[in-house]
Ligand binder design. Structure first.
Ligand code: UDX
Length: 463
């Protein structure tokens, strides 16, 4: 009987619980990673807060959903400060996540490994308290994580003593103050978020795996440097397979969307456009542009005289100059959210004006779309430095002394990315990165191998 039980145990698929910080830019990559694990035979459960599950739609036929309380099941009251919210989330979440895992175990669905978001490092504490494996899933670039790690260890002191001098960190190119993540360059700008990004490494030595949403060729130097002291595993880019290696079935409907895309409107409009003729503009799910910047961007688009598809979230709409829509109705389409991957993959798109959120950056690299970088905050300034100077896949639009990118600069950057020798070089590099991104996820590619290894060790160790 014991042998039979052991045999049954062996046949049980390994089971991972995915636990993302509840924002779109973290949920998307962790869910896409889950898809890859599932394809290799791992069972996946996604854990989200009760409020998020009530306000969003989760579409998946194979991934189970578990909800737990962050203490705010009816949402966070307006004006509630982030720090208090995060403290409550940690206190309540530690208890409710543990209860969820226990209930799952009692009902015959035990979890082997918690894949936690290091923005919520207590996810690892919960896993370890229950004797489970814990794997960190870092949602930002290795370069950015290394910078935060230096702050965590005290090797990089903030505020920086001499903001004028170059910052030299092994594994990274020399960085100027403007290339640093905003929480460092504008120290004290968002104290609770600064704490989150630095605290990501707390207890990391207890984690059994460290996953990074990037790929080896993209961040070779920094990965080699980090790998000397930590077991870094690159598993990205976590773009749906249908846009990369095409080994998994199409899954456009799959995911958990905080916003609803205007898919038909975008795709019908793009289908009417000529190849390589449309600018795509988006600033992700969180960034808020100042009124002045919004105005300059709008008139910069008009100045470029190109067709454009611009995502302006409804909370940003009021900042649009009043006569802009009438003046550009024959040139542009403005939507509140779009299916970004389909848009980037569309042959009509020639350039992406982006805030350089890490997901958007990886998506543009993987689709081979040249970028005009307009970083707003958090890791975006560092990402834009790499886009322009390391990967040479775009141009960073410079701000003036008032911190605004002017319309003439936007128009000039668009031309530089698309025309002349520089434009040619950028296009060539864009195709190179597209191919390297695909290769990393193909069978035997660097990221695919790391995912395989994880699944194999999960199987052999825990079951
Ligand atoms: C945030 C931070 O800005 C980013 O820098 C960090 O690394 C992760 O968290 P966000 O600002 O939303 O994320 O940007 P980004 O990382 O680019 O993620 C946005 C996601 O939303 C992308 O996957 C993008 O494809 C998707 N998106 C965006 C849409 O599907 N439709 C849109 O219209 C706009």
């Amino acid at each position: 009987l014991k042998a039979m039980e052991e045999n049954n145990q062996k046949q049980r698929a390994a089971h991972c619980l995915i636990f993302p910080y509840p924002i779109q830019g973290h949920i998307n990559p962790m869910l896409q990673f889950s898809k890859r694990l599932q394809q290799k035979g791992v069972k996946i459960t996604l854990a989200v807060t009760k409020h998020l599950s009530k306000t969003t739609e989760f579409k998946s036929e194979t991934i189970s959903l578990e909800t737990f309380s962050d203490g705010f099941d009816d949402g966070v009251p307006p004006g509630y400060d982030v720090e208090t919210y995060l403290n409550t989330f940690r206190e309540v979440g530690t208890r409710t996540l543990k209860e969820t895992l226990q209930v799952m175990s009692d009902s015959g669905r035990p979890v082997d490994c918690v894949i936690y978001d290091p923005f919520l490092p207590w996810g690892l504490d919960v896993a370890k308290e229950l004797g489970l494996y814990g794997a960190a899933f870092f949602t930002q670039s290795c370069a950015v994580d290394l910078i935060y790690h230096r702050v965590f260890t005290g090797e990089l002191k903030v505020p920086l003593p001499d903001p004028e001098s170059e910052i030299l960190i092994p594994g990274l190119p020399p960085l100027k103050m403007e290339d640093m993540p905003s929480f460092i360059s504008v120290h004290g700008s968002y104290p609770p978020i600064f704490e989150i990004v630095v605290d990501q490494f707390r207890g990391m030595e207890k984690a059994d795996w460290l996953f990074f949403n990037t790929f080896y060729m993209l961040e070779e130097e920094v990965i080699e440097y980090m790998a000397k002291s930590s077991p870094v595993k690159t598993i990205g880019p976590t773009i749906p397979s249908m846009y990369l290696d095409k080994r998994l079935p199409d899954d456009k409907e799959y995911g958990l969307s905080v916003y609803k895309p205007n898919t038909a409107a975008c795709m019908d409009w793009l289908n009417e456009r000529q190849p390589d003729s449309v600018l795509y503009i988006s600033f992700g799910s969180l960034a808020q542009l100042g009124n002045g910047q919004m105005e300059e961007l709008a008139w910069g688009l008009k100045l470029s005289n190109k067709h454009f598809l611009w995502v302006v979230r409804s909370s940003e709409e009021s900042k649009m100059p009043s006569n802009f829509l009438q003046e550009t109705s024959d040139k542009g389409l403005i939507v509140s959210w779009c299916p970004q991957l389909d848009v980037l993959a569309h042959e009509a798109i020639c350039c992406f004006i982006t805030h350089c959120g890490w997901n958007s950056t990886l998506e543009a690299l993987s689709m081979g779309v040249p970028m005009v970088a307009m970083p707003q905050w958090t890791d975006q300034s560092t990402n834009s430095k790499f886009v322009m100077d390391v990967w040479k896949m775009g141009i960073k639009a410079q701000k003036d002394e008032k911190g605004i990118v002017r319309r003439e600069t936007i128009d000039r950057c668009i031309r530089e990315v698309m025309e002349g020798e520089k434009g040619e070089e950028i296009k060539k590099n864009a195709l190179k990165w597209k191919e390297l991104a695909r290769e990393s996820m193909c069978e035997g590619g660097s990221s695919d191998k790391n995912i395989e290894e994880f699944v194999a060790s999960l199987g052999s160790n825990s079951l």
